[in-house]
Design a protein. Structure first.
Length: 183
């Protein structure tokens, strides 16, 4: 039974600078840069038949290439921070691709994603990290993630059944088209 999600891969010109932010935060378990990705839709553990149906539905998505820009660092968890991430600016193209992935997954009978889509790339999982340490880290590095790229494909990934999930494997990739405006 594979654990799947739909997402965007991070090219080396983005993962390199993001990985330079590793370190200096007590209690952080840093993600391997090869596992950096932007999740469009978490699917979870499903059987192989449903996985094939999802692959087929995703293949029907015909969207334009997606500009991806980072807008700094942030955390999830409020007073009990559990995740450090690089925030991604939610562009029209990104929001529309995420919505298409959501609809594709729902067409095969899966329930809607209950969480609001917050585009991001997880950099570290935090365990017993104090709010003060996080505040200090963000004061030093919070504005350091400003890379950008154009995603020319999205992918169906599989993950191990462990905390943190990686390494992630691209099970199928789907091209995004460069759209040209008619003059």
């Amino acid at each position: 039974m594979p654990r799947l999600f739909v997402g965007l891969e991070m090219p080396p010109e983005v993962s390199g600078p993001l990985s330079a932010l590793r370190g200096g935060l007590p209690g952080a378990r840093w993600q391997d840069p090869s596992d950096y990705h932007l999740t469009l839709r978490f699917i979870g553990d499903i059987d192989r038949r449903v996985a094939r149906e999802i692959e087929d539905e995703l293949a029907e998505i015909g969207r334009e290439a997606v500009p991806v820009s980072f807008s700094g660092l942030a955390t999830f968890g409020g007073d009990k921070p559990h995740t450090l991430y690089a925030a991604v600016t939610p562009t029209r193209e990104l929001i529309e691709l995420q919505a298409e992935a959501e609809r594709a997954v729902r067409r095969v009978g899966l329930k809607p994603e209950p969480r609001k889509f917050t585009p991001h790339v997880t950099l570290a999982r935090l365990r017993s990290t104090s709010v003060l340490d996080v505040a200090d880290y963000l004061a030093l590095h919070g504005r350091d993630a400003h890379e950008h790229f154009t995603a020319e494909r999205f992918a169906l990934f599989s993950a191990r059944e462990t905390f943190g999930g990686g390494p992630y494997i691209v099970e199928a990739a789907y091209p995004l088209q460069e759209m040209w405006e008619e003059v």
